[in-house]
Design a binder for this molecule. Sequence first.
Ligand code: AMP
Ligand code: MN
Ligand code: MN
Ligand code: MN
Length: 280
Amino acid sequence: MNKADLHVHTTASDGVLSPEQVVRLAAEKGISTLAITDHDTIAGYRKARHVAEEVGIKLIPGIEITSDYKGKECHMLAYCIDLEHPRLITMLAAQKKIRIARAHKMINNLNKLGFDIDFDDVVAESGQDSISRVHLASVLQKKSYVANKKEAFDRYLGNDGPAYYKSEYMPAAEVINLIKEVGGLSVLAHPGQHYLYEDLRYFLKAGLDGIEYIHPSHNYELQMKYMNYANNFGLLLTGGSDFHGFRHYDDGNFGTICIDTVLSEKLLTLGEQRKDHSTN
Ligand code: AMP
Ligand code: MN
Ligand code: MN
Ligand code: MN
């Protein structure tokens, strides 16, 4: 199998390996096509490009964009986008602001719960690109308030947790539209148990290009369900490990939970066609 992994994270968002390290590790794992898909930032891709060239990996620009669908967070993958497009730059700046504002709100909630943490502690973990709940979890762990990140999510930071703050993200349909406008392809990330046929039809009408059917959270049944949906709707099939480097199963998944490059080549071909179309 020629391995492609179209979903990985780096230190530009909530991963623990730098973009350069992720690309080198991918090469060691026998991955030949890789997409860095950090949450709401493209910074990791920019840093990894030269290493990808050096180790002979085909690197695809990607982002995992947080959006809203029916009041819940919906992760939309964007591939082959025009990195210099002003609409993309504006959107990513807005997402960054939303994340910073949410971090402040959640720190405030944690302070009310009796934890002594401040914004600088969190930025020391996150860097400047994309602040995540994972960085709040790291601070809680470093200060020994929790034993590990999972406990931080289970007790405080999860969507039903006492420190959670729900931000207003762009509606998923608008994100799909924007991805198209900036020359990219939109793929619904890890749909899991959440979506019904009607939801997929709605995304299709909004202009969705693909479904991530291979993902660590998908069992065989879910893989088949989304493969059938994608085939019925004429959508691209994608997949990846969602590697972050801090979860116990990450190392085993990287290089194992992947797709054949036949599928990533289809995505790249469609990406090229879209670009040609938008410049004509
Ligand atoms: P954020 O993007 O800031 O909302 O943070 C969500 C990220 O937290 C996900 O992308 C996961 O990487 C990570 N995470 C780890 N454990 C959990 C959990 N139990 N619930 C939600 N997110 C989790
Ligand atoms: Mn994440
Ligand atoms: Mn996700
Ligand atoms: Mn992800």
